[in-house]
Design a protein around this ligand. Structure first.
Ligand code: FAD
Ligand code: 2HG
Ligand code: ZN
Length: 594
C-alpha cells in the first residue's frame, strides 16, 4: 500500500515527546489533542486507503491563535506538521508520510460573515463545502465550486488544492473566486510588536478569537477585536492577514495566489473570503449518449456555442465508468439503459476488499442498446462506435470505448429562455448524430440521480479494488487517446481485462480535464511500471499537465518536472525556503526531492 518506500525520514525533524504532548494539551485542551491509536487511524490514512503514515498525534485547534501557537512551538522544536482538512485529497498530500504532527482544521468551522449585496462569504478554513453551500443557499447564493467530496472536504482544503470540480467551466477557478485569505506561516516574518502582550493587530476580523467569530465583524478587515491573551500571542508576525473581500485590489504581488494550490507546504490557511454566485432560478440537466469520443467533442462545441452564457457543466464518462457506478453503488442506474440490465464489467477480476460485488454480471451490453429511460429524448440515426469518427480525435486509430455519456447542465434565470436553448441544442446534436440518446431530468430527484451516476465514479472505483489515478489536462481532442493507448499497452503487457485490469476515462471535458483511472484487483509494482512514466510522457508530449485539479501531493512530487521547467521548480523551492526555512510544513510533498 505504501508507495513511498524510496523516501527517507528527514533526520533533522524531532520525534514527538511527552513534553510536546503536554504543551499541546496546555493550549488545545485534552479534546484538541488526539493520541489514541484507533482514533488516529482516519488521520493517518487517506480517502483511497493508499497512503498511510504513522503520526502519534492529531491536533484540532479552534482558532487562528491556536494554530499560530502550534506552529510556533513545532517550528522551535523542528516537529514536522501536515495540515489536514477533510482528508479527501487524492494525491497523498493530506496524510503524514512518517510521524508528522497532523494539524486538523475540523474544529475551525465557523461562518464569519456573509454580505448579501455582494455575495462575499468569509469562513473559517474547516467549514465543510456542503455546509457552506447550504448556508449561502438560504440567502439565494451558491458556492462557486462543487465536487463529489462536498460532504467532507473543507474550504481550506479546497483552496489549498485549488480544487476544480464540476462547474469550473462556468464559475471559474479558485484563483478567481477567492478574494482573500488568512494564513498562518511556520516562521514569523516580523519581530513581535513592542506591545506584544496587548496588541492583536493581525487578528482583526475576529476569525482569530474563537468566541467572537459567529457574529462576524465589519466589512473592511480593519480595526482590532478584543485583545485576548490568545490574540496577542498570534501577533508574533506569523499570521498573514490577506482576508479582504474586495473585488479589486491591485496592490502589487497578489500574495494570496501563492497559497491557492500550495497544498499545505507554505502555510496553514485559517480563513477564506470567497465570491459566491447567485443561485440560479432555472436549472436543466441532460444525460446524453454519444457514440464516440469525437462525438463528445462535437457535442461540447455545440454546447458552448448554443447554450453559451447558461452552460454550467459539461462532463463525460465512458461506458466502463457507467458500468462501474451502476455495479458498485447502491441504487445507482443509468437511465439510458434498460432498468433490468445491470452492468456487465469486462474482465472483472476479484472485487477489492472494500466493496460489494457487482449487483449482477450479465452478458456485456453491446452497442445499440435501446433504453426506455425516463424522459427520453428519442434516438437519432448513428449508432456505430467507430474509431474516432468525425475527425476530432487527434491520434487516429486509437481504440474508443463502446459508448460515451455526457452530463450537460444549464444555470439561468429564465426557465422559458433556457428550455428553448436546450431544446435547440438537443435537436442540433441529435440531428448531427453526435448524440444518439438522452434524457432530461424532469425533477430534482432525477437530476440528483444523474449527478450521482457521474459523481459516484470515484467511489465505485475505490470499491472495486486498487486504483491508479491520473488527473491530467490535455488538448480536448486527444484526451481520450490516452485511455485507448494505455488499454493497448497494458493488455500487451499481460494486464488486460482478463487479469481484472480496467482502464477507464471520465472527467471535466469542458475544462480539458481527463480522469484516467486504472482499476486492478491489487496494487502491483510491475503494473505501475507499465503506467509510469508512460502516462506522464504522453502528457508532456501533448503539452498537457500532470495535474489538472487534484494537485501534486506525495504521489506526483517526483513527476513535477514533466510539467514544470527547472527555473520554475527552483523558484518554487526558493519561495518554500523563504517562508518555511526549516521545511517543517508538509515535507516530502509537491517539490521533488533534490
Ligand atoms: P485534504 O484532503 O485534507 O488536504 C488536501 C491538501 O491540502 C493536503 O496537501 C493538505 O495538507 C492541504 N490542506 C488542507 N487543509 C489545509 C489548510 N487549511 N491549510 C493549508 N493546507 C491545507 N478534487 C477536485 O479538484 N475536483 C473534483 O471534482 C474532485 N472530486 C472528488 C470526488 C471525490 C469522491 C473525492 C474523494 C475527492 C475529490 N476531489 C476532487 C479531491 C478532493 O476532494 C479535493 O482536493 C479537495 O479540495 C480536498 O479538500 P480537503 O478538505 O479534503 O483537503
Ligand atoms: C471527479 O471529478 C474527481 O469525480 C475524482 O475529481 C476523479 O476519481 C478520479 O480520478
Ligand atoms: Zn474531477
Amino acid at each position: 500500500r505504501l508507495l513511498h518506500t524510496a523516501i527517507e525520514r528527514r533526520a533533522a525533524f524531532a520525534r514527538l515527546s511527552e513534553q510536546d504532548l503536554a504543551f499541546f494539551q496546555s493550549i488545545l485542551g485534552n479534546s484538541g489533542v488526539i493520541t489514541d491509536e484507533d482514533a488516529l487511524v482516519p488521520f493517518n490514512r487517506d480517502w483511497q486507503k493508499k497512503y498511510e503514515g504513522k503520526s502519534r498525534v492529531a491536533l484540532r485547534p479552534r482558532s487562528t491563535e491556536q494554530v499560530s501557537e502550534v506552529l510556533r512551538y513545532c517550528s522551535s522544536r523542528r516537529l514536522a506538521v501536515v495540515p489536514q482538512g477533510g482528508n479527501t485529497g487524492l494525491v497523498g498530500g493530506s496524510v503524514p508520510v512518517f510521524d508528522e504532527v497532523v494539524l486538523s482544521t475540523a474544529g475551525m468551522n465557523k461562518v464569519l460573515e456573509f454580505d448579501e449585496v455582494s455575495g462575499t462569504l468569509v469562513a473559517q478554513a474547516g467549514c465543510v463545502l456542503a455546509a457552506l453551500d447550504e448556508h449561502v443557499a438560504a440567502k439565494g447564493f451558491m458556492m462557486p465550486l462543487d465536487l463529489g467530496a462536498k460532504g467532507s472536504c473543507q474550504i481550506g482544503g479546497n483552496v489549498s488544492t485549488n480544487a476544480g470540480g464540476l462547474r469550473l467551466v462556468r464559475y471559474g477557478s479558485l484563483h478567481g473566486s477567492v478574494l482573500g485569505l488568512e494564513v498562518v506561516l511556520p516562521e514569523p516574518l516580523l519581530p513581535p510588536p513592542p506591545s506584544f502582550a496587548s496588541s492583536a493587530s493581525s487578528a482583526s476580523r475576529g476569525s482569530s478569537s474563537g468566541a467572537a467569530t459567529a457574529s462576524g465583524g465589519g466589512g473592511g478587515g480593519g480595526g482590532g477585536g478584543a485583545a485576548t491573551a490568545a490574540a496577542a500571542a498570534a501577533a508574533d508576525g506569523r499570521v498573514l492577514d490577506l482576508l479582504r473581500t474586495l473585488r479589486k485590489d491591485n496592490t502589487g504581488y497578489d500574495l494570496k495566489q501563492l497559497f491557492i494550490g500550495a497544498e499545505g507546504t507554505l502555510g496553514v490557511v485559517t480563513a477564506v473570503a470567497i465570491q459566491c454566485a447567485p443561485r440560479p432560478a432555472s436549472v436543466q440537466l441532460a444525460l446524453l449518449a454519444c457514440p464516440t469520443f469525437a462525438a463528445c467533442c462535437a457535442t461540447l462545441r455545440a454546447a458552448r456555442r448554443m447554450l453559451g452564457e447558461v452552460l454550467s457543466a459539461v462532463e463525460f464518462l465512458d461506458s466502463a465508468c457507467s458500468d462501474l457506478a451502476t455495479a458498485y453503488l447502491d441504487g445507482v442506474r443509468n437511465p439510458l439503459l434498460p432498468q433490468d440490465a445491470a452492468a456487465a464489467i469486462a474482465g472483472l477480476g476479484e472485487a477489492g476488499d472494500t466493496g460489494p460485488p457487482p449487483q449482477q454480471q450479465q452478458q456485456q451490453q453491446q452497442q445499440g442498446r435501446s433504453g426506455p429511460g425516463q424522459g427520453q429524448l428519442g434516438r437519432a440515426g448513428a449508432e456505430g462506435d467507430g474509431g474516432g469518427g468525425g475527425g476530432l480525435v487527434g491520434g487516429g486509430g486509437v481504440e474508443d470505448d463502446r459508448q460515451f455519456y455526457m452530463v450537460v447542465e444549464t444555470h439561468g434565470s429564465c426557465a422559458e429562455h433556457d428550455t428553448q436553448k436546450m431544446e435547440r441544442f438537443l435537436e442540433h446534436v441529435m440531428s448531427e448524430g453526435c448524440v444518439t440518446d438522452g434524457t432530461l431530468a424532469a425533477s430534482e430527484t432525477q437530476a440528483r440521480a444523474i449527478w450521482r451516476l457521474r459523481e459516484g465514479i470515484a467511489e465505485a472505483l475505490a470499491r472495486r479494488g486498487a486504483v491508479y489515478k491520473y488527473d491530467v489536462s490535455l488538448p480536448t481532442g486527444v484526451m481520450y487517446d490516452l485511455v485507448g493507448v494505455l488499454r493497448q499497452r497494458l493488455g500487451a503487457a499481460g494486464f488486460g481485462p482478463e487479469e481484472g485490469v480496467q482502464v477507464v476515462g471520465y472527467g471535466h471535458i469542458g475544462d480539458g480535464n481527463l480522469h484516467l483511472n486504472i482499476s486492478a484487483p491489487r496494487y502491483d509494482e510491475d503494473l505501475l511500471r507499465q503506467i509510469e512514466p508512460y502516462v506522464y510522457e504522453f502528457v508532456r508530449q501533448h503539452n498537457g499537465s500532470i495535474s489538472a485539479e487534484h494537485g501534486i501531493g506525495l504521489m506526483k512530487a517526483g513527476a513535477l518536472p514533466y510539467s514544470k521547467g527547472p527555473v520554475a521548480i527552483e523558484l518554487m523551492r526558493r519561495i518554500k525556503e523563504t517562508v518555511d526555512p526549516y521545511g517543517i510544513l508538509n515535507p516530502y510533498k509537491v517539490l521533488p526531492l533534490r
